[in-house]
Design a protein around this ligand. Structure first.
Ligand code: AMP
Ligand code: MG
Length: 410
C-alpha cells in the first residue's frame, strides 16, 4: 500500500494547469491571477500634498522661528482635483488641501496646524524639513513596475490595486468543473420521501462545498445505485467535467463496483488504496487528462481524503502556488494510541492559551461520525512510524478552514 505522500505525488504529477479567462474585476476576488500585471502609469501621477496646509518655497521659510515668524501672501486656494493656475513666487504661498497637486514653484508643504492665517496671508513660526508633506510621483506604484505576479491569489488589496490602475477586467485561471457522484443503494436524495431503511445523501453536499471552498465549480451527478451498468452511465456523464469525484463503493464489499466501472469507461487506475485512516480505500485514475477520484463513502473519510488529495490537485489546476493547508506545531493535550504503518488524521480543535497552541480531539473518531468533524478546526497528523502520542507532546496539525480565525484567541 502506498503512503499519503506517495499518493499525493502521483496525483499532482497528473494535475495540469487549465486555461485562462478574462473576467470583471469585481468577480475576481479569490481567483488566481493568470498573468503578470505591470503599471501603465505612476501612482500618484504627480507630486501632491499629504496634508491640508500651505505650499511654499522652502528658502522663504527656512529661517522662521517663534520669535521671528515669516509671513507669506496667500495667492490661491487649491482643492484636490485641480491643478494650480499660479506659480508660487518669492514670499508667496498657496493654501492647499490633501491630495491636491503641488503647484509649480513650491517645494514644501507646511501643515495647517503649524500656521496662523488670515484670508490673504499665512504666518509660519517654524520650518519643516525641505520637501516635507509631499507624496512623490510614483511613490506607491512606479510606471512599468510589476504590481501583481502571475499565480497570485487575488485578495481585496489586489482588487484595489487593479482598480487604481484602471483595469476593469483581469486575466485569471479558469475554475475546474468537478463532477460529484454519490453511490449506494442505501443513499437517497435530500428531498425524497423519508424511508427508514435509507440514509440521506450528505456526501454530495459536503464534497461540493469543499470544491467550492477551494474555488472550483461542483457539478452534481446525483446518486448511482450499486450496479455496474448504472455507475458506468453516470460516470460517462461526468466526462464533460475536468475532474470526477465519486463517493462510496470503493472498498472490498460485495457491492463495491466503482473501481470496475471506472475501468470500464477507460480510466487508467494509478492506485486504489492508501495507508491512512480514515480513508484507506481511495482510488485515483486518469482518463483523457481528467483526474478521477474514487473516495470512500463514509462521510468523514471522503472529506478527509478530499483534503489530502483532491484539494491540492484542484489548486494546482487553478495555478495556485500554495497547494496545502497551513501546518502548525501544537501541544497535544491527551494520550493517543494509533496503529503503526498508517498515517492518521484525527479531528482536533486547536486553541490558543497564552502564547501556546494546544489541540484536543473533538470526540469519537469513527469514519462516519461527522459531529467530530463539525467541531474540528484541524486535522492532527500522526505519521505511520508512530503508534502513540503522549500528553504534552508537540505534533503537527493541518489547519482546515477559516473557523480557525474565530476559535484561536477566544
Ligand atoms: P461505502 O464506502 O459505499 O461502503 O460506504 C460507507 C458508508 O458511508 C456506508 O455506511 C454508507 O451508508 C455511507 N455513505 C455512502 N455514501 C454516502 C453518502 N452519499 N452520504 C452519506 N453517507 C454515505
Ligand atoms: Mg456503498
Amino acid at each position: 500500500m502506498i503512503s499519503v505522500d506517495e499518493a499525493r505525488n502521483i496525483i499532482l504529477s497528473h494535475a495540469r494547469v487549465i486555461g485562462l479567462e478574462k473576467i470583471d474585476l469585481m468577480s475576481s476576488l479569490g481567483r488566481i491571477a493568470g498573468e503578470d500585471v505591470y503599471a501603465s502609469f505612476d501612482i500618484p501621477p504627480w507630486d501632491n500634498s499629504a496634508m491640508d496646509g500651505y505650499a511654499v518655497r522652502f528658502e522663504d521659510i527656512n529661517d522662521a522661528t517663534p520669535d521671528n515668524p515669516v509671513r507669506l501672501m496667500v495667492i490661491q486656494d487649491l482643492a484636490a482635483g485641480y491643478f494650480a493656475e499660479k506659480t508660487v513666487g518669492s514670499s508667496q504661498a498657496i493654501r492647499i488641501m490633501t491630495g491636491a497637486p503641488i503647484p509649480n514653484g513650491a517645494d514644501t508643504v507646511v501643515m495647517k496646524e503649524d500656521t496662523t492665517s488670515s484670508t490673504d496671508t499665512v504666518t509660519i513660526a517654524a520650518a519643516p524639513a525641505k520637501g516635507a508633506n509631499i507624496r512623490r510621483t510614483g511613490e506607491s506604484v512606479a510606471k512599468g513596475s510589476l504590481v501583481i505576479r502571475k499565480n497570485t491569489l487575488l485578495r481585496p488589496p489586489h482588487i484595489g490595486m487593479l482598480a487604481s490602475l484602471g483595469q476593469n477586467h483581469v486575466s485569471v485561471h479558469q475554475r475546474p468543473r468537478v463532477a460529484v457522484l454519490s453511490t449506494g443503494d442505501e443513499v437517497i436524495e435530500i428531498d425524497s420521501p423519508r424511508d427508514p431503511s435509507k440514509i440521506i445523501n450528505s456526501n454530495t453536499y459536503s464534497i461540493s462545498a469543499q470544491v467550492l471552498e477551494c474555488g472550483a465549480v461542483p457539478v452534481a451527478l446525483g446518486i448511482a445505485r450499486d450496479d455496474k451498468q448504472t455507475l458506468v452511465e453516470k460516470l460517462r456523464m461526468g466526462l464533460s467535467a475536468d475532474v470526477i469525484i465519486t463517493t462510496g463503493g470503493v472498498s472490498v464489499g460485495e457491492y463495491d463496483y466503482v473501481k470496475d466501472a471506472l475501468e470500464a469507461i477507460g480510466t487508467d487506475i494509478k492506485f486504489w488504496k492508501v495507508a491512512m485512516r480514515p480513508g484507506k480505500p481511495v482510488t485515483f485514475g486518469v482518463i483523457a487528462e481528467k483526474l478521477v477520484f474514487g473516495l470512500p463513502g463514509n462521510p468523514v473519510s471522503c472529506m478527509v481524503s478530499f483534503e489530502q488529495f483532491v484539494r491540492p490537485a484542484l489548486l494546482k489546476k487553478m495555478g495556485s502556488p500554495a497547494l496545502f493547508r497551513p501546518l502548525l506545531t501544537v501541544t497535544i493535550k491527551e494520550e493517543i494510541k494509533t496503529q503503526k504503518n498508517l498515517t492518521y488524521f484525527l479531528r482536533v480543535r486547536v486553541t490558543c492559551e497564552g502564547d501556546r497552541l494546544y489541540a484536543t480531539t473533538t470526540g469519537e473518531q469513527g469514519s462516519g461520525i461527522l459531529t467530530s468533524m463539525v467541531d474540528a478546526n484541524g486535522l492532527l497528523i500522526i505519521p505511520p512510524e508512530k503508534n502513540e502520542v503522549k500528553a504534552g507532546e508537540k505534533m503537527t496539525v493541518q489547519i482546515l478552514d477559516r473557523s480557525f480565525d474565530q476559535t484561536v484567541g477566544e
